[in-house]
Design a protein around this ligand. Structure first.
Ligand code: NAP
Length: 283
């Protein structure tokens, strides 16, 4: 089944779900895992300079035998070394990846460039203008960071990749509203955190109840992970996830085949999420 596509504010298109090479795969050799992810249907690979595995991500892409044009590759800018710019840092990444361009280049963490965000964004824009990255965006940006780079930008960011799950949902409403205003695609990471990193909370019984309903409607297995990924997909978010297991990779992609959540189920998830504020990732 073809992966559904989101359109960015610069007209480029992006598969709605990405296979990430951070968190559990941080600093790991990801060649085989990336090859497995592509063999099982992932076409969007999410990397970063910070993950210190761009070489093996590139090796996995090459070994997959997939044409470059059939893949969407993201990397992210880490802290800048003295004399470095976002553009020179991207040149280093491209060399490691063995690619001529990436599809998306993100400023990974705003705090790494405090006082210099506008300058960094200018260099990101140069990367786009020169075709080193087809699209540019940011990650972990809050309203104030977005406002800083939007002022005077030639290209607004196309994506903001942030931690999203029901235990932080309430706190994200202002930034998501700003995304809508500028047609910035909201991208999520850590979406499964309430189930596996913060279990035992008010969401657990709600997710299980919805899972059982979806499974009976579908007549095929539905997992608790499916429920949260479906919730994210229904908002039109770009979901970044990961796994070390082929079965789970297929399960994530199968989210598209899971029946839609009802408005009432979405409300139940968000009300349960609002009972606990728990951010998992700190920047
Ligand atoms: N921009 C940023 O600052 C930032 C921060 C964090 C992450 N990211 C990106 O987002 C990607 C995904 O991050 P994430 O780990 O937060 O994604 P996630 O979708 O929240 O979680 C994926 C993890 O959940 C585990 N999992 C899934 N189903 C499970 C189950 N039934 N039982 C137990 N464990 C289960 C998987 O482990 P298995 O291997 O066992 O399947 C996998 O490690 C990263 O690789 C990275 O590319 C970006």
């Amino acid at each position: 089944m073809a992966i559904s596509i989101l359109t960015l504010n610069d007209g480029n298109q992006v598969p709605w779900i990405a296979f990430g090479t951070g968190t559990a795969l941080f600093q790991q050799d990801v060649q085989n895992t990336v090859e497995t992810a592509i063999a099982n249907g992932f076409t969007h690979l999410d990397g970063a300079q910070m993950y210190e595995n761009e070489e093996s991500l590139g090796a996995g892409i090459k070994a997959s035998g997939m044409p470059r044009s059939a893949l969407f590759v993201t990397t992210k800018l880490h802290r800048l070394q003295p004399g470095q710019t976002a553009k020179t840092a991207l040149h280093v990444s491209l060399k490691k990846l063995g690619l001529e361009y990436v599809d998306l280049y993100l400023v990974h963490v705003p705090g790494h460039h405090a006082g210099h965000l506008k300058e960094v964004w200018k260099s990101m824009e140069e990367c786009k203008r020169e075709g080193l990255s087809k699209s540019i965006g940011v990650s972990n940006f809050e309203v104030e960071h977005l406002e800083e780079i939007l002022e005077g930008a030639e290209f607004p960011p196309s994506v903001n990749q942030i931690e999203i799950h029901p235990y932080v949902w309430k706190s994200l409403q202002a930034v998501i509203a700003l995304h809508k205003q500028h047609n910035i695609v909201t991208s999520s990471f850590g979406g499964l955190s309430p189930l596996f990193r913060a279990s035992g909370g008010p969401l657990d019984p709600i997710i299980e109840k919805i899972r059982a309903r979806l499974e009976s409607t579908r007549g095929e297995p539905v997992s608790v992970g499916h429920v949260l990924n479906k919730w994210l997909q229904q908002y039109g978010f770009l979901v970044v996830t990961t796994s070390t297991k082929a079965d789970r990779m297929r399960e994530y992609l199968d989210t598209a085949n899971v029946p839609q959540l009802t408005a009432e189920e979405i409300e139940l998830i968000e009300n349960a999420g609002a009972q606990r504020h728990q951010k998992i990732f700190s920047n």
